[in-house]
Design a protein around this ligand. Structure first.
Ligand code: FMN
Length: 209
């Protein structure tokens, strides 16, 4: 599929075919694609839970205004942003850069200090919001990758954040649920798939300066 065709094909799926499961191989590709999303400084200040346990999905459905996607889909991707940005986390990222690029860690000390300094001036709420913005880039990458693979998704914010944090034990991990994407295969009975996609004209959305 070409990208534009894939993006026209995808839609926010309301009803999934609950008999179909994403294969382990495709799940791995979705994870890899999502992991390749851009993030500020490359810090990836969020984690993604992939929920397949029917009992957990049932609890998440209750915490999502009973939206059926939660139990009918194959897997629920939960983007959970970090609540803070500690110097230790920045160091762990810089350690990773040193390892992957095979450069001495001390060569990157200035870079680490620069990042720590840029975070130090922000209050906790701003840091959490900044982290959450990065999670949304991951979401967008997942939606596009899934569409390319013929896998349906539904981006969702309609859920009780505190309940998700409790059900998935996120607070103890320094995380908070931010946005989710049930993924799987559309039900032939989902009438939404026949709705014409509505977007403002490109000329209205974009201005060339
Ligand atoms: C951040 C975000 C939150 C959304 N929350 C929900 C939701 O809770 N439930 C739902 O059915 N759709 C949800 N949607 C789907 C949108 O309604 C849908 O993407 C939009 O109407 C455009 O339609 P399309 O994605 O089918 O092209 C959400 C979409 C985004 C991007």
């Amino acid at each position: 599929m070409k990208l534009i065709e894939s993006l026209k094909w995808r839609y926010a799926t309301k009803r999934f075919d609950d008999s179909r499961r994403i294969s382990t191989e495709d799940l791995g590709t979705l994870m890899e694609a999502t992991n390749l999303a851009a993030s500020s400084f490359g810090l990836q200040p969020y984690r993604v839970l992939v929920v397949e346990d029917p009992a957990v999905k049932e609890q998440l459905r209750e915490a999502s205004y009973n939206q059926p996607q939660l139990t009918e889909c194959s897997h629920v991707f939960v983007f959970a942003a970090k609540r803070d940005m500690s110097p230790e986390y920045i160091d762990s990222y810089v350690d990773r850069v040193a390892e992957v690029r095979n450069v001495p860690r001390e060569n990157l000390d200035g870079y680490a200090e620069y990042m720590k300094g840029s975070v130090a001036g922000k209050d906790l709420e701003s840091v959490t919001t900044w982290n959450q913005r990065q999670a949304y880039i991951g979401l967008g990458t997942l939606l596009a990758a899934a569409a390319e693979m013929g896998i349906d998704t539904c981006p969702m914010e309609g859920f009780d954040v505190a309940a998700y944090d409790r059900i998935l034990g996120l607070e103890a991990q320094g995380l908070t649920a931010t946005v989710i994407a049930p993924a799987g295969y559309r039900s032939p009975e989902d009438a939404t798939q026949d709705h014409t996609k509505v977007r403002f004209p490109v000329e209205e959305m974009f201005t060339t300066v």
